[in-house]
Design a protein around this ligand. Structure first.
Ligand SMILES: *[C@@H]1O[C@H](CO)[C@@H](O)[C@H](O)[C@H]1NC(C)=O
Ligand SMILES: *[C@@H]1O[C@H](CO)[C@@H](O)[C@H](O)[C@H]1NC(C)=O
Ligand SMILES: *[C@@H]1O[C@H](CO)[C@@H](O)[C@H](O)[C@H]1NC(C)=O
Ligand SMILES: *[C@@H]1O[C@H](CO)[C@@H](O)[C@H](O)[C@H]1NC(C)=O
Ligand SMILES: *[C@@H]1O[C@H](CO)[C@@H](O)[C@H](O)[C@H]1NC(C)=O
Length: 478
C-alpha cells in the first residue's frame, strides 16, 4: 500500500514537471530600463521597483585617446546614478552604456580596429564603471556596418571578457551590447560566436523598422509580425536564434515612442502602408508615448485607435496625422511573446518617455500575472488531479485485496504485483491529457484574431513635452 502511494506521488511529481509548474522553476527574467542622460527627466524620479536593471545612457569615447570621456557637467550624474536608483530598489543592478545613436561611426570603427585603442577603451571602461558603482557595461554601437567592423567587434568582446574576468574574481562586471533586430545586415552580420562566448546578453532593438524620414508610406515601426515584409520583430528574433545564439541571451526592446506621418489622402487611405508626405508634429516625426497620449486626449476626442492584429501594432488618425505607437496592450503582448520564446527578458527605450509608468507597469505586470496564472493552474489542475488519482489508487488497492481474499490468498501484495495496476495512470497518458490543458491555456493569451477597433482610454495631457530626442538609434529598415 505504502509503495503504491509513493509511486503515485512520484508520478504526480512527473506530471508537475511536464506542466512546468514546479515551484522551484525560477527562470531568470530581466526587466531593463535605459535612462537617457540627455532627457530632462531626473534620475531620482525613476520608479526603480519596476525594473531589475537600469542602464545609464550614454558614455562617449574620446576620439584621440579612445578612453571613455566624461564631461565635467556629467561627472556628478555618473557618480550618483547607482546610489540614486538603488534608493527605491536596493536590488537593482546598474550598467553604463557606451555609444548610442549619435556616436561617431568613424571613431568607433577606428577604435575596434587596433589593439592599443581597444585596450585603452577596455581599461578606461572598467575603471569608470568601478569608480561610479556600475555593475556592468553595455556597448551601443548600432552603426557598425562592415564585415571588418564586425570581426573587430568580435575581438573587442573577447578582449573585454578576458579583462573583466581577470579584474575581479567575484562580482565581475556584466558585459552586454545593443544589436540590430536581426543579426544579418546588408553587407555583414553580427559576430555570433563572440557574442555567445563573451557577452552576458544582447539588447535586441526591435523597432525603427519604418520611420517617416525614410518611408513615404505609414509603417508599423515596431511590429511584432509583418505579413508582407521581414521588417518585424518575430523575424529578427527567429533569425538570431537560427544563427546559433541562445534565446536566453536575447533581451527584447520595447520602444516607448511612436512616429507621426502626414497622410497624403487621409479620407481615402489611412491604414498601415498608406501614402504619406513625411514626418508630422516633430522634425523626424518621433514622439514619446506620453506626448502621444496627451495629443490624442487633446485633439483626438472621439477618434479611434486601431489595433491591427496581423502586425500586433496600433495607430490612430487625427485629421491628416497618422501616429503609430505601442500602448500598454501591445507592451503586454510583446512581453508575453518574449516569455513564450524563452528570451531572457525585455528592455525599454527609454524610461522617461513613459506616461506615469503605465507602460513600464504593464510590462512588469505581464510578468506577475504570468506567475499568478501558473499558480492558479497549479491549484486548479494539480489538487483535484492528485485527489482523483489517490482515490482511484485506493479503490484499486481495495478491489485487489478483496479479489485476493476471495481467491483465498492471504499474502499481502508484493510490489511486483502492484505495478501493472499503475498502468492505468501511465505517465504518457497523463502528460498527454495535461499538456492538452496547458496549451489551451496558452492560446488564450495571444488571441491574434482579426482587426478590431478600440477606444483609447486614460492618459493625461502634458503640454510641456520637450524630450523629443528619443530615438535610441537608427537601425535596420526598409
Ligand atoms: C512604481 O511602481 C509600483 C509597482 O512596482 C507602483 O505600484 C507604483 O504606483 C509606481 N509609482 C508611481 C509613482 O507610479
Ligand atoms: C581626449 O583625450 C585627450 C588626450 O588624453 C585630451 O587632451 C582631450 O582633452 C580629450 N578630449 C575630451 C573631449 O575629453
Ligand atoms: C567623427 O570623428 C572624426 C574624427 O575625430 C571627425 O573627423 C569627424 O568630423 C566626426 N564626424 C562627425 C559626424 O562628427
Ligand atoms: C557605414 O555607416 C557609416 C556611418 O553611418 C557610413 O558613413 C558608411 O558609408 C557606412 N558604410 C557602409 C559600407 O555602408
Ligand atoms: C499615476 O498612476 C498612479 C497609479 O499607478 C495613479 O494613482 C496616479 O493618480 C497617476 N498620476 C497621474 C498624475 O495620473
Amino acid at each position: 500500500m505504502a509503495s503504491k502511494l509513493s509511486m503515485v506521488v512520484v508520478l504526480l511529481f512527473h506530471v508537475l514537471l511536464a506542466l512546468k509548474l514546479e515551484p522551484s522553476e525560477a527562470r531568470t527574467w530581466i526587466k531593463v530600463g535605459y535612462w537617457y542622460s540627455g532627457s530632462d527627466f531626473p534620475m531620482s524620479g525613476i520608479n526603480s521597483s519596476l525594473f531589475t536593471h537600469l542602464i545609464y545612457a550614454f558614455a562617449a569615447v574620446n576620439s584621440s585617446s579612445y578612453e571613455l570621456s566624461v564631461s565635467s557637467s556629467e561627472r556628478s550624474y555618473y557618480s550618483t546614478f547607482t546610489e540614486t536608483v538603488k534608493k527605491k530598489n536596493p536590488s537593482i543592478t546598474t550598467l553604463l552604456s557606451i555609444g548610442g545613436g549619435d556616436a561617431n561611426y568613424s571613431v568607433l570603427s577606428t577604435l575596434v580596429s587596433s589593439y592599443s585603442h581597444r585596450n585603452s577603451f577596455i581599461q578606461s571602461s572598467i575603471k569608470l564603471a568601478r569608480l561610479n558603482g556600475f555593475q556592468g557595461l553595455d556597448l551601443c554601437w548600432v552603426s557598425a556596418n562592415t564585415s571588418s567592423d564586425m570581426s573587430n567587434l568580435a575581438i573587442l568582446f573577447q578582449e573585454w571578457r578576458v579583462a573583466v574576468n581577470s579584474e575581479a574574481a567575484t562580482n565581475q562586471l556584466i558585459l552586454t551590447a545593443a544589436v540590430h533586430y536581426s543579426p544579418d545586415l546588408e553587407d555583414s552580420s553580427f559576430p555570433i560566436d563572440s557574442i555567445k562566448n563573451n557577452l552576458d546578453w544582447v539588447h535586441v532593438l526591435g523597432y525603427d523598422y519604418y520611420t517617416p524620414q525614410r518611408s513615404k508610406f505609414t509603417g508599423a515601426h515596431a511590429a511584432l509580425y509583418n505579413p508582407s515584409s521581414n521588417a518585424n520583430t518575430d523575424y529578427g528574433i527567429k533569425a538570431w536564434i537560427r544563427s546559433g545564439l541562445s534565446a536566453s541571451k536575447l533581451v527584447l526592446g520595447l520602444p516607448f515612442y511612436g512616429y507621426a506621418w502626414t497622410l497624403v489622402n487621409p479620407s481615402k487611405d489611412n491604414s498601415i502602408g498608406a501614402p504619406a508626405i513625411g514626418p508630422a508634429i516633430t522634425k523626424g516625426g518621433a514622439l514619446s508615448y506620453k506626448y502621444i497620449n496627451g495629443y490624442i486626449q487633446k485633439y483626438g476626442a472621439g477618434s479611434d485607435v486601431v489595433y491591427n492584429a496581423a502586425y500586433v501594432a496600433k495607430y490612430c488618425v487625427i485629421g491628416s496625422i497618422w501616429i503609430g505607437f505601442d500602448d500598454a496592450e501591445i507592451v503586454r503582448l510583446k512581453v508575453s511573446y518574449a516569455k513564450e520564446k524563452g528570451l531572457l527578458g525585455y528592455f525599454v527605450w527609454q524610461v522617461s518617455l513613459d506616461d506615469n509608468w503605465s507602460l513600464s507597469l504593464a510590462a512588469a505586470k505581464e510578468e506577475e500575472s504570468d506567475h499568478e496564472n501558473r499558480l492558479r493552474l497549479l491549484l486548479i489542475i494539480f489538487l483535484p488531479l492528485s485527489l482523483t488519482i489517490m482515490l482511484i489508487a485506493l479503490g484499486v488497492c481495495y478491489l485487489k485485496r478483496k479479489l485476493l481474499k476471495t481467491n483465498g490468498t492471504t499474502s499481502t501484495s508484493a510490489p511486483d504485483n502492484d505495478a501493472p495496476h499503475l498502468q492505468v495512470f501511465s505517465f504518457s497518458n497523463i502528460q498527454a491529457a495535461t499538456n492538452n490543458f496547458s496549451s489551451e491555456n496558452k492560446l488564450g493569451e495571444g488571441g491574434f484574431g482579426p482587426v478590431y477597433k478600440g477606444k483609447l482610454n486614460g492618459g493625461q495631457e502634458n503640454s510641456s513635452e520637450k524630450t523629443l530626442k528619443i530615438v535610441h538609434s537608427r537601425t535596420s529598415g526598409v
